[in-house]
Ligand binder design. Sequence first.
Ligand code: GLN
Length: 624
Amino acid sequence: MNTSRQLTIRTAARLLDSGLVSSSQLSLFCHSMATAGEEIWGLNAYNIIVPWEVISERALESDERRRYENTLSIFDGIPISIKANIAEKTLPLTAGSFILGFGNNDKDSRTPPCGYDADTVRILVREKGGIMLGTTSMDEFGMGSLGTNSRHTDGSPRHVKNPLPFLKHLNLNNDNKKYNEDDIPIRNDRTRSDDERLAEIIVQPLELIFEKHQKAMESLQKEAEEESSSSSSRNDFHYHYSAGGSSCGSAASVAHGSSLLSLGTDTGGSVRLPAAWCGLVGLKPSYGLLSRHGVVSYASSFDTVGILAKSVDCASTALDILAQRDVDYSRDSTFSSYGTMHNYSEIAIAQTIMSSSSSEEEIEPEKPLSGIRVGIPAAFSVKECPNEIRDSWSRAADWLKENGADVIEISTNDISPGLIQRALSAYYILVSAEASSNLSRYDGFRYGVAADAEKEEGGVVTAPDNNRAAPDLTPLERQYSATRRQGFGTEVTRRVLCGASVLSSDKFHTHYEAAAQIRAHLAEEFYSVLDGKVDLILIPTVLSLPHKIAQNNDNDYIVEDSTAMFANDIMTVPASLAGLPAVSIPIPIEGEKTFFGGMQLISSRLGESTLMKSAKILEQIIIN
Ligand code: GLN
């Protein structure tokens, strides 16, 4: 039984309601999973795991509410994790950056809690009873696609591993009880015994969870050693697979099973890409639908809070709760007035039930996707798309068709390949410009951890040569420079410099304005296609499987250069440029046993109800 897949929000809520487990037991299980993942396996999914005493208090409160049938929502008592760039008042808000105190574990000067909640955290954790398990690892400020832009204070890499290869070896089943294979219930037929087994797994002693992680670790090592002895590469054991980025920790925590859902952020694909690589559902809602209040800004006109979950239903359930509905209540100035209230999860379920009950009657059943038009844009059929991804793309299109959707090819007149090819450069120009402006506040005076410029001159902080090279700097400028050089990692520095450059007077028209124009044209094309021709667009989420990240003899990791990293975002940035909602669903890839590909559905702005309904149906077809 694959526990991490089966323990969805709805299943967990049912286990809690039926009394098979308490929130205290479920939270202890998740806390033990998180700790075992970090300590035994070095998963690096979390920046901070909330201490058990704190979690336990919240879980007991939830159990108490349940006892009096006073639960706050379906999330009451359910452990979730939050990306480190979304504020939770009791924890530091670091966005994975040294400049905001990430990695500062010094007892005397530990980075303080940020003192306020992001809107999304306030809703999910304070108002709806979700249990905050911890903040998750990320590429610094959300800049990255591989989870590699994160370091320990000593400079060594701190990469999040992709949990899927490890999960093949992790057996959390209760070993003392042998199950008869025959009585394993068929999929989608949730019997009580299924729930009982899950409950047994959840309530097992934490020592057993650690032991099982140890065992899995050993068998993974053995497998890797066997593989490397049969291969020519010397360093083959010292590698792992990327969990994607930048919400790598969020994806790893949900895929591993230590949290049941995670909030991430998606500026250009940071929820969808890690979701695809970790076999999860990743939703980037319409720009402005979920409040950005309390999110550390990267590129404000792109930033969205996204949801990483085990199923479309889990993601819809969270979206229901988090979508902003009240203009007076919102503290996000880019809030989208949502008008009619939608209930994404209920719509999805109602549709599915309708289709299954009608099939029992003998009349021709109405297909679940009847009336939905799905567009396949020829412009996305780029030559870099490998055959196996192309195959899964056309399989997904066929499935949609079989289920009643009208699948239409979108010609290159409607969405032009030229624009899609330039979308990536336009994206990187625009986000760098916005980042350089957003990050200018971190100067050590207004915000950010100040460096000791004098101490730096003594050579304690790296790159003192720069100071010597610029002897004209005033003491104040030297202070700024020392703070920012000490606080920002390489990728962030590169983006800030790029951004400053494209905003400079000689490049503003040729770069920034040109990129803004591409964005406007691309948005126009998407809007017009989604307005008149189709309801949804279907494209792959990413063109490759998770990248292997190998360790060299200097104990450093070999990762691709930034331009290769940028190529991972080709499929995700168009929806971001246009502010459209997009959901990535895991899809099997022919011949691939460990990882999944991702299929992305994109809908019109604020078209989340059609999007999630169709995504749920596609997901069901894939599972069955
Ligand atoms: N990889 C993209 C970037 O580095 C996307 C990041 C994101 O969505 N936060 O900008």
